[in-house]
Design a protein around this ligand. Structure first.
Ligand code: PEP
Ligand code: MN
Length: 352
């Protein structure tokens, strides 16, 4: 159930509406926008049937939400959500500024991580990615450096100022990873690991939720709802390609999912062109398409020496190819009404 208030509703009126709903056994969630305030009511809607909510002071409309996802739905928020990242909000995802997360698939060592971080920061990326715990198809493949990699990520963050994004694979790792990382990534293979999602709902770190290999848009939104239902509202969705009959690419980038998600949810939507295409030469065109389709950001794999990468070398950009990508993105960002400031020696330059 969604209660939309009249413009200029007072705090006392909002409190009164909430009180009324909560005494009937439902939970409330208030979203204040510039022009309107929305009070989302979560629980058994039948409880409110006789509540005469429309006659409460300050109420403009009362509408049931038929969608299975509620907190994630667009109806529940007055404006698109902007997720603030890092203790001092060192980065945001979901605003006018295009968010670019870049770095190696896996943290392979201190030096390669630092070189990648400095290069992507200097090229205009706002966040650093790097896997410490890797979900590999083969149990014999490189599984990541674990806690040692988390420590490296934190050191490189201190050195470069870039907030870090890394994957958490298991409920038992949540506390440890949250100690080091600014954003906790849920990988495609774990999108429906409901106990992991609920656990992440109880930590105070934004969650980057990747779409499952064969998950529908609705299933992705329900996965986000699992996190949000536990109290953590900072969820970023990521389209990373889905499995189709096509074998020319690693996955098929579902470009349509971007505007579909943007219409369904207030949560930010980013795209991973690296895992979608599986080939370095496809990263730029898929990134351009994603930005043109309305994505709030990108997560891109970059490696100082892709030929020697321990994971996903084929799809990793070299440091110089990443610089080129950032320049190539400029006209697409501009056309989509986004800012993508590129650093220049001596300071940041706004896209013309
Ligand atoms: C990754 O980001 O390195 C990764 C494993 O991604 P996904 O879960 O989308 O396959
Ligand atoms: Mn990877």
């Amino acid at each position: 159930m969604i209660i939309v208030t009249r413009p200029n509703v007072s705090d006392a009126e909002v409190d009164h509406i909430r009180e009324r709903v909560e005494t009937l056994g439902m939970r409330t969630h208030v979203s204040r926008g510039e022009r309107r305030t929305i009070i989302g009511c979560i629980g058994d809607e039948a409880l409110l049937q006789e509540a005469a909510l429309l006659s409460l002071p300050g109420v403009e409309s009362v509408t049931p939400v038929m969608k299975p996802y509620k907190l994630a739905s667009r109806e529940f928020a007055a404006d698109p959500s902007v997720v603030r990242i890092g203790d001092r909000a060192a980065a945001t995802i979901g605003g006018r500024r295009l968010a670019v997360i870049a770095g190696p698939c896996s943290v392979e060592g201190r030096e390669m991580l630092r070189d990648s971080a400095v290069a992507v920061r200097d090229a205009g990326a706002g966040l650093l990615r790097g896997g410490a715990f890797k979900p590999r198809t083969s149990p014999y493949a490189f599984q990541g450096l674990g806690e040692a990699a988390l420590r490296m990520l934190a050191e490189v963050r201190a050195e470069t100022g870039l907030p870090v994004v890394t994957e958490v694979m298991d409920t038992r790792q949540v506390e440890l990873v949250a100690e080091y990382a600014d954003v906790l990534q849920v990988g495609a293979r774990n999108m429906q690991n409901f106990s992991l999602l609920s656990e992440l709902g109880r930590v105070q770190r934004p969650v980057l939720l990747k779409r499952g290999l064969s998950a529908t848009v609705k299933e992705l939104l329900m996965a986000a709802e699992y996190v949000m239902a536990q109290g953590n509202r900072d969820v970023i969705l990521c389209e990373r390609g889905i499995r189709t009959f096509e074998t020319a690419t690693r996955n098929t980038l579902d470009v349509a999912a971007i505007p579909v998600l943007k219409a369904e949810t207030h949560l930010p939507v980013i795209v991973d062109p690296s895992h979608a295409g599986g080939r370095a030469d496809l990263v730029a065109p898929l990134s351009f398409a994603a930005v043109a389709a309305g994505a709030d950001g990108l997560i891109v794999e970059v490696h100082p020496d892709p030929l020697r990468a321990l994971s996903d070398g084929d799809q990793s950009l070299t440091l110089s190819a990443f610089v080129e990508l950032m320049h190539g993105l400029q006209p697409f960002a501009r056309a989509a009404g986004r800012d993508l400031p590129l650093p220049e020696r001596g300071g940041l330059r706004e896209a013309a």
